[in-house]
Design a protein around this ligand. Sequence first.
Ligand code: PNS
Length: 164
Amino acid sequence: MRIAVYPGSFDPMTNGHVDLVRRGCHIFDRVLVAVLCNTEKSPLFTVEERVGMVQSVFRRESRVQVKAFSGLLINFLKTEKTNIVLRGLRVVSDFEYEFQMALMNRRLDPDVETVFLTPKEELSYLSSRLVKEVHRLGGDVSGLVPPLVYRSLRKKLPNGLPKS
Ligand code: PNS
């Protein structure tokens, strides 16, 4: 059974992340979404909220699992008995950061392989950070995140938009 771990902050999960998980499911038997329990960044959603949202989004997709993790990713991979990391590459500017992480993970554990997939082109500008910023400032992000994430965003950060 080939399990790919897709790690990230997912604060919150966007349609770009959803697209990537589904692409991963075409290649791997399981995609395990690993939600970082951030200690340095102060996320908008708690790790429990983020895990809960991802679980709800994929509740009908049996190949997708969701877990929280903290500490080094390579240790989480060992616990989950896999050596495959899945990450998204949206634009060229992602490359440097992703390349550094992939090589550092390989340095820490030579067996680790990072697989990059690209999301649908129309989602390539999307990021959790931009979604939060636009929403906070009153812009409409309803088509950029799954509907339940949008509802959670509106509860967490009321932004004056009329109720849908
Ligand atoms: O969504 P993000 O914030 O870009 O995800 C970054 C993530 C979670 C993949 C990265 O920060 C990570 O793997 N953190 C765990 C700690 C770790 O292993 N750091 C060394 C990796 S180079």
